[in-house]
Design a protein around this ligand. Structure first.
Ligand code: SAM
Length: 284
């Protein structure tokens, strides 16, 4: 994946988040607080934030662990890391270090972290097992992994597809085969965490209502083109697999036409998962 497709996207998402209504902001902070809480952070903890972006989790983790603690905020996007370093400096957080790296090959020593945290990151990597095994490696015994991921493969998008149902079914299958975020379900992801070597793995689901009407077919098309950055967008994935512009526009038109109806809804299950690194003799 090109290194810096995320910086602009995250910057826009951050501005949208700041402008969001109070209820949405509360929901976002609940996600952040829950991931941090499940990681068992306390003053002095050493934390690694995988795919930290502009610090949604890292900044809160740095506040919680205090001057005695340390947060290593790891991301492949230099733009996001620069923005995070500036924010941390503005907030007077001197315990946060940004690390530009691929999270499937962390430039960190074994057995050095008390906690590894991540939000909405595994969805965008092709080899989740590799990333999870890296998380296990850098944690010390009884260190905690705490994750949050949207589960797009289980999204409940209810609208009247009419004759387009065949097209939509085909395009959904393309996403399930070729887009990392559609490549797992909830129990599969929990199994992957266990297979990586974690124990005492627990999880729960939060159903996010992401229903929103599209004002026009252009707006729906924009979402298909740019709802995720670069090659990760749904439209880009479809194009790579041979979908035509007409087919993609057809989906956008149907979305826009149906999304203002009362029967339309879009529910996205999101999963929290946390687990512990077992003592060495128990690690297979
Ligand atoms: C959806 S954003 C989430 C950012 C942040 N965790 C948050 O909650 O706002 C995904 C982040 O994962 C990073 N990322 C994706 N794949 C990566 C990889 N293989 N190595 C390092 N970072 C990666 C992207 O650069 C991006 O910042």
């Amino acid at each position: 994946m090109p290194a810096d497709i995320w910086a602009k996207w995250l910057d826009e998402a951050d501005r949208e988040g700041a402008a969001a209504d109070r209820q949405l902001r509360i929901l976002r902070s609940q996600v952040r607080d829950r991931v941090v809480h499940k990681a068992g952070l306390k003053r002095g903890s050493r934390v690694v934030d995988l795919g930290c972006g502009m610090g949604f989790l890292s900044l809160e983790a740095a506040r919680v662990v205090g001057h005695e603690g340390r947060v290593l905020a790891v991301d492949s996007s230099p733009g996001a890391l620069e923005a995070l370093a500036r924010l941390a400096c503005d907030m007077g957080l001197d315990n946060l270090t940004t690390v530009q790296a691929d999270i499937s090959s962390l430039p960190l020593e074994d057995d050095t972290a008390d906690a590894v945290i991540a939000r909405s990151v595994l969805s965008y990597v092709t080899d989740r097992g590799l990333v999870l095994r890296e998380a296990l490696r850098v944690l010390h015994t009884e260190g905690i992994l705490s994750l949050f991921e949207p589960v797009l493969s289980e999204e409940e998008l209810v609208l009247d597809w009419g004759d387009d149902i065949y097209l939509w079914t085909r395009l959904r299958q393309v996403l399930e085969r070729h887009h990392p975020a559609y490549g797992f379900n909830r129990s599969g992801l929990v199994d992957e965490v266990k297979e990586a070597g974690f124990e005492a793995v627990e999880s729960f689901t939060w159903h996010a209502d992401v229903t929103r009407p599209f004002a026009s077919a252009e707006e729906a098309l924009e979402e298909l083109n740019s709802g995720l950055p670069g090659e990760l967008s749904l439209a880009a994935t479809w194009r790579r697999q041979g979908a035509t512009e007409e087919e993609i526009s057809g989906v956008a038109e149907r979305l826009a036409a149906s999304s203002t109806r009362i029967s339309y809804h879009d529910i996205l299950p999101c999963i929290y998962i946390w687990g512990t690194k077992p003592p060495r003799e128990a690690t297979s």
